[in-house]
Design a protein around this ligand. Structure first.
Ligand code: FO1
Length: 313
């Protein structure tokens, strides 16, 4: 049953997109806005790539490549094969159909459209009915300081497969970024009953969203409505480098660290049943904790977690 009002979800790529899909199965389009990390965006092969926005849009449209976790289902790779033959750059793979998204976005940005406007157009064209918004229109880029030097996000994530040890994560351009009017409107709508932080990597996917000036203050004002889904299950991330990075940054990979990371606006923390043993200690520290199955293997799991989060406050 859906007794929620308007819901805003903050998310990164794969894991976050799965939950966004679950929420979209419960909530009608006018009740769900998904604010997506654009710190992973970069210029590649002369094109503007927005990996997390595309993952969320493709997932909500039912077009996502479930095996890869990114890109389109049923993709072909003729362009990459031809590019390889020419000696071009193929370390970051763009599928033939996916390329159309990047070409369209790049041209629209070049003629002066905002990332928000292009995302709206792409969403509609792909058949996405819920609202998908980038966290900002300006270039805010995630940089990873590692023991192998400072790396642009995709150089670290795809190029180096997250192997170098992380020393710090920074967000170039954050000071110049501004909250898009659509993001501001979504978060200040009095009908908002839930703001959900998806189980995305806090350091790489949610921190860039929080780096947009003004956003933290808005979330603080919404504390009672804030529900954080922990990305950890038994001290491990389901996919990606969350646990490894937390350890490298001297943060124990546990629920307490997740609670601490979001402490300034944490309303309710939802942790996996595997980590139920941590709940009492968190509650003793004054944290509102709920325990449920957070693993999303099937579509039913995604909908069930979405419902649990909507019931959490
Ligand atoms: N991830 C990879 O591991 N290898 C790739 O070649 C790759 C290409 C790619 C192309 C388009 C896109 O939207 C995403 C792509 N990703 C790829 C995923 C992406 O690097 C990351 O998953 C996100 O940036 C982190 O959320």
């Amino acid at each position: 049953m859906n007794s929620a009002g308007k819901v805003v979800a903050l998310c990164g790529g794969v894991g976050g997109a799965k939950l966004a899909w679950g929420l979209a199965q419960i909530l009608p389009p006018e009740q769900l806005t998904v604010i997506v990390n654009s710190g992973d965006d970069f210029e590649h092969l002369g094109l503007h790539i927005s990996p997390d926005l595309d993952t969320v849009m493709y997932t909500l449209a039912g077009l996502a490549n479930r095996e890869l976790g990114w890109g389109l289902a049923g993709e072909t790779w003729h362009c990459m094969a031809a590019l390889q033959q020419l000696g071009g750059e193929t370390w970051f793979r763009l599928g033939d159909r996916d390329l159309a998204t990047h070409v369209y976005r790049s041209q629209a940005l070049q003629r002066g459209d905002t990332l928000t406007a292009v995302t709206r157009h792409l969403s509609r064209s792909l058949g996405v009915q819920h609202t998908v918004l980038p966290m900002c229109n300006e270039p805010l880029r995630t940089l990873v300081d590692t023991d192998a030097g400072t790396l642009a996000f995709q150089d670290y994530f795809v190029g180096r497969q997250c192997q170098p040890a992380v020393r710090a994560v920074r967000f170039a351009g954050a000071a110049e970024a501004t909250l898009p009017a659509e993001v501001d409107a979504a978060l200040t709508d009095p009908a908002v009953t839930h703001v959900i932080i998806c189980p995305s990597n806090p350091l790489l996917s949610i921190a860039p969203i929080l780096a947009v000036p003004g956003l933290r203050e808005q979330l603080q004002a919404l504390r009672d409505k804030m529900v954080v889904a922990s990305p950890l299950v038994g001290g491990q991330a389901i996919k990606g480098p969350t646990a490894k990075m937390m350890q490298e940054l001297a943060m124990p990979a546990d629920s307490a660290s997740i609670a601490d990371f979001y402490r300034e606006f944490l309303g309710t923390l939802v942790i996996d049943e595997c980590d139920a043993g941590e709940a009492d200690k968190l509650r003793a520290g004054g944290i509102n904790v709920q325990v449920c199955k957070t693993l999303m293997k099937t579509d039913e799991d995604k909908i069930a977690l979405a419902q649990q989060l909507l019931n959490a406050t």
